[in-house]
Design a protein around this ligand. Sequence first.
Ligand SMILES: *[C@@H]1O[C@H](CO)[C@@H](O)[C@H](O)[C@H]1NC(C)=O
Ligand SMILES: *[C@@H]1O[C@H](CO)[C@@H](O)[C@H](O)[C@H]1NC(C)=O
Ligand SMILES: *[C@@H]1O[C@H](CO)[C@@H](O)[C@H](O)[C@H]1NC(C)=O
Ligand SMILES: *[C@@H]1O[C@H](CO)[C@@H](O)[C@H](O)[C@H]1NC(C)=O
Ligand SMILES: *[C@@H]1O[C@H](CO)[C@@H](O)[C@H](O)[C@H]1NC(C)=O
Ligand SMILES: *[C@@H]1O[C@H](CO)[C@@H](O)[C@H](O)[C@H]1NC(C)=O
Ligand SMILES: *[C@@H]1O[C@H](CO)[C@@H](O)[C@H](O)[C@H]1NC(C)=O
Ligand SMILES: *[C@@H]1O[C@H](CO)[C@@H](O)[C@H](O)[C@H]1NC(C)=O
Ligand SMILES: *[C@@H]1O[C@H](CO)[C@@H](O)[C@H](O)[C@H]1NC(C)=O
Ligand SMILES: *[C@@H]1O[C@H](CO)[C@@H](O)[C@H](O)[C@H]1NC(C)=O
Ligand SMILES: *[C@@H]1O[C@H](CO)[C@@H](O)[C@H](O)[C@H]1NC(C)=O
Ligand SMILES: [Cu+2]
Length: 556
Amino acid sequence: MACRVKAVVLVAALLFPAMVESMVRLYKFSVVMKNATRLCASKPIVTVNGKFPGPTLYAREDDTVIVRVVNHVQHNITIHWHGVRQLRTGWADGPAYITQCPIPTGQSYIYNFTLTGQRGTLLWHAHINWLRATVYGAIVILPKRGIPYPFPKPDKEEIIILGEWWKSDTEAVINQAMQAGVPPNVSDAHTINGHPGPVPNCSSQGTETGLHVESGKTYMLRLINAALNEELFFKIAGHQLTVVEVDASYTKPFKTDTIFIAPGQTTNALLTADQDTGKYLIAISPFMDTIVAVDNQTAIGTLRYEGTHPFTPTSLTAMPPTNATPVTTSFVDSLRSLNSIKYPAKVPLKIDHSLLLAIGVGVNPCATCVNGSRVVADINNVSFVLPVTALLQAHYYKISGVYTDDFPANPPNPYNYTGAGPANMQTMNGTKVYRLGYNSTVQVVFQGTGIIAPESHPTHLHGFNFYAVGKGLGNFDSEKDPKKFNLVDPVERNTLSVPTSGWAAIRFRADNPGVWFLHCHLEVHTTWGLKMAFLVENGEGPSQSLPPSPSDLPKC
Ligand SMILES: *[C@@H]1O[C@H](CO)[C@@H](O)[C@H](O)[C@H]1NC(C)=O
Ligand SMILES: *[C@@H]1O[C@H](CO)[C@@H](O)[C@H](O)[C@H]1NC(C)=O
Ligand SMILES: *[C@@H]1O[C@H](CO)[C@@H](O)[C@H](O)[C@H]1NC(C)=O
Ligand SMILES: *[C@@H]1O[C@H](CO)[C@@H](O)[C@H](O)[C@H]1NC(C)=O
Ligand SMILES: *[C@@H]1O[C@H](CO)[C@@H](O)[C@H](O)[C@H]1NC(C)=O
Ligand SMILES: *[C@@H]1O[C@H](CO)[C@@H](O)[C@H](O)[C@H]1NC(C)=O
Ligand SMILES: *[C@@H]1O[C@H](CO)[C@@H](O)[C@H](O)[C@H]1NC(C)=O
Ligand SMILES: *[C@@H]1O[C@H](CO)[C@@H](O)[C@H](O)[C@H]1NC(C)=O
Ligand SMILES: *[C@@H]1O[C@H](CO)[C@@H](O)[C@H](O)[C@H]1NC(C)=O
Ligand SMILES: *[C@@H]1O[C@H](CO)[C@@H](O)[C@H](O)[C@H]1NC(C)=O
Ligand SMILES: *[C@@H]1O[C@H](CO)[C@@H](O)[C@H](O)[C@H]1NC(C)=O
Ligand SMILES: [Cu+2]
């Protein structure tokens, strides 16, 4: 009998290949203003389709996604599909002035890309100025039809997207800070699925995120950190979570009561409703283990079991202290790629390009600023200045004078990075890229610096997943530290936190031609210049080369 069923399925697959083939998913994103009330006050925000958080993009691995983005607001806009590899579709990646000019008011652009070799949760967000504060949403990539998860199938899936909320207009917040040369105001609240949770004496009180569960069932939480500037802790009172995937790559499952998640990162975790019927607090709070100002508000929601009496008090949970470095270390050290036969870790063992990138802040003179100086940020002493023509366009169409390809592979003047730092904290301006041959292998060691204050930098690479092969405190030791690298089952991801006063090493294969942004995913640091780009040359023939730009690519 079992044999016959198998045969029938096989025949069906042969007769109807469409059943197993990929699909084209069409979406329309209208960028529109919308009034939103949070923290007892209303303000107009930029949204996609009037939704906050924006619509979820659902697809399966191998599907082609076509999103027509129409700009109806007074701001220029671009959308980035964060973590999507964009194999030979760099024109659809989205960072403004890196891969495209922005979509002006009244115009549209079609993002057209295929989801190859990835499954799990990612996010999309605006990638110009600070508009991603309200312009973000989830990307759910299901496995190919008929391919199971490498863990027990959950009964239900829930998207939990974390963010930050300012009472003021976020463009005004960053513009004011840039004019004065000082750090921008921190947010006024964190949000879970767009809501901070109940606010005392507020007419909109009670709006909060609720998860409704049935005893005994298992739920997969698709957790996304879409906050601008804050790494976060996530907890659910009384429950353990089993992490199974990060950044759309499967991991070896491990249990934890706290998830540490940086802006731009995603985490899929299984939750089994195995506690007494009742209500349990869901909470997020910030992580900051240095003197930098932070929004210390906790956002809350509720996990409610089916059959709970309405007046049941909610079980609470203590959040880790803001500076709980050991909690972050323990979480990050537990992450391992699944590295199974089906999902192997293909860590490059022979390295063609080895880079040491010192990342941190600096101080430049500024006559019109508050203290006659402005805080900036840099990689290897270069504060990256966005060009007025997109880098990818300049590269592909050989437009000269837009960038130079002399980005330094090492700090130009080595110093004790995690020590007192140089007396001269100035940086230089530059629009520099680092050139990589097609299919070359790259190791990057990110070295955090202590200038003004050491800080954790969640660093994001476009166009690739990388393997996080090592990390440590203090200065990277090129003799001793590589001996301790994990080249067997390191976690594969697109965004990693370089620890405060420490370093982190990644490896990847440059098998995707184009221009790929690398930047801190704390938006404040990106704005200040903590960014650069890799230029990956074409290989041989069309299958290793970037095609020409779509005809509707916006012009600068
Ligand atoms: C938002 O509210 C303001 C003031 O109430 C109103 O003038 C404006 O038309 C509203 N905008 C939208 C997009 O609804
Ligand atoms: C999307 O890209 C594919 C492959 O280049 C192309 O065949 C298709 O016409 C494009 N679709 C749209 C709507 O641009
Ligand atoms: C930033 O905070 C300062 C101090 O609280 C306040 O005066 C200023 O108006 C804020 N800026 C914006 C854009 O909200
Ligand atoms: C400006 O200078 C004052 C006085 O030295 C100092 O307290 C303050 O932190 C400085 N602000 C910035 C942004 O550097
Ligand atoms: C809420 O309102 C009550 C009564 O109007 C007042 O006594 C209380 O102080 C208010 N609480 C807050 C946090 O504003
Ligand atoms: C949050 O930060 C503010 C200002 O920095 C401080 O006054 C307050 O005590 C902090 N609250 C908590 C709960 O840490
Ligand atoms: C670098 O600075 C740190 C912190 O001040 C210090 O402990 C360390 O000894 C310094 N390293 C060197 C090589 O000077
Ligand atoms: C960075 O560049 C500036 C400007 O050229 C220079 O003054 C400074 O010494 C450099 N610092 C380091 C650490 O390379
Ligand atoms: C560096 O670039 C910024 C703009 O990003 C500009 O304001 C500043 O004047 C430039 N500094 C120098 C020394 O060119
Ligand atoms: C890239 O290099 C690896 C290792 O040399 C090789 O196995 C692979 O086939 C190459 N890929 C392409 C597309 O050339
Ligand atoms: C929008 O982008 C264009 C092209 O880069 C630029 O010229 C224009 O100043 C931008 N407009 C706004 C409002 O930023
Ligand atoms: Cu940073």
